[in-house]
Design a binder for this molecule. Structure first.
Ligand SMILES: NC(=O)c1ccc[n+]([C@@H]2O[C@H](COP(=O)([O-])OP(=O)(O)OC[C@H]3O[C@@H](n4cnc5c(N)ncnc54)[C@H](OP(=O)(O)O)[C@@H]3O)[C@@H](O)[C@H]2O)c1
Length: 270
């Protein structure tokens, strides 16, 4: 698997599987947890070694079960989870510790490859307080890499100005409707790997047609074209599918090249 080098020296697999509806009734985000591990196991079967979960998704333990059922060694996997910026998990140091320890327990692991602050607080001091606990767990080797999600330039700058650790990753929305170029540039200028959540959110039929036309020349689907565009500009991706064929196709994006003209067309989709 192609990887991105993080600013702490670790390697981030460029493509991971999203999980936010896995293990839930009706494959719905708010659905009851039913411990259906099928999409995790099919993803591992087709080659995924990286999974993106979060305390808020309520399915960290489902992921742990899917991994266990797949008989895959922990050190072959890269697991991301996230701490919610809520009263319960972010009101003070003890709450943050409680959240990290809960993730470790749910995931049935003694380390997490990448741990993120799921959403920024409006209060920079709260973000910093959380970050300082993350730093401690990073230094003791339990959180191998630490980062943030949905942070804007000012929130990132505050953390960088007031702490010793530059976030390794900023997981943000980026899709054909909202490429988020300025924030991605800012991250890259500061050695933060941008990672796109919801890569397929709200892609219109017209946008799909344009991407599909590009894909036709390469024998690829619209979704593969868009994922390749993100990877080419240094953006990690975490597409999610419950369908094994689409899971496999979302990984199969390294055997073609987009021309500059094609990239410009994609840039202009929004
Ligand atoms: N940090 C954050 O705040 C945040 C926010 C949102 C999401 N996330 C993370 O990002 C992950 C991905 O986002 P997401 O799950 O919301 O949405 P997504 O990956 O953009 O899209 C998922 C949808 O696209 C379909 N799909 C997947 N592959 C496809 C393909 N090759 N062709 C056509 N359709 C395809 C899926 O349907 P099928 O299942 O039928 O294939 C599903 O309906 C999440 O699972 C979560 O881990 C993070």
């Amino acid at each position: 698997m192609f990887t991105f080098k993080l600013n702490d020296g670790n390697e981030l697999p460029a493509i991971g599987s999203g999980t936010n509806t896995f293990g839930k009734e009706n494959s719905s985000y708010m659905g009851e947890i039913n411990f259906d591990t099928t999409p995790i196991e099919t993803a591992i079967e087709v080659g995924y070694r990286r999974f993106d979960t979060a305390i808020s998704y309520r399915n960290e333990a489902v992921l742990a079960l899917g991994i266990k059922n797949s008989n895959i060694a922990r050190n072959e996997l890269f697991i991301t989870s996230k701490l919610p910026n809520t009263e319960e998990f972010a009101s003070n140091r003890e709450a943050v510790v409680k959240g990290i320890e809960l993730s470790l327990k749910n995931l049935d692991t003694d380390y997490i490859d990448l741990y993120l602050i799921h959403h920024p607080s409006d209060d920079n001091a709260t973000n910093l307080m959380i970050w300082e606990v993350f730093e401690e767990y990073h230094h003791n080797g339990v959180l191998k890499s630490i980062g943030v999600s949905n942070f804007n330039q000012k929130q990132l700058q505050y953390l960088m100005d007031h702490s010793k650790t530059v976030p390794a990753v900023n997981q943000i929305e980026s899709n054909p409707n909202s490429l988020n170029d300025e924030l991605i540039d800012f991250c890259q200028q500061h050695g933060i790997v941008p990672e796109a959540w919801g890569p397929f959110h709200g892609v219109t039929e017209q946008q799909q047609e344009t991407l599909a036309t590009i894909g036709k020349a390469h024998g690829k689907t619209w979704a593969q074209v868009f994922l390749r565009y993100q990877l080419d500009r240094g953006v990690a991706v975490i597409p999610k599918s419950h369908n094994q064929r689409r899971q496999a196709s979302n990984l199969d994006v390294f055997d073609f090249t987009l021309s500059d003209e094609e990239k410009n067309t994609i840039k202009g989709l929004a």
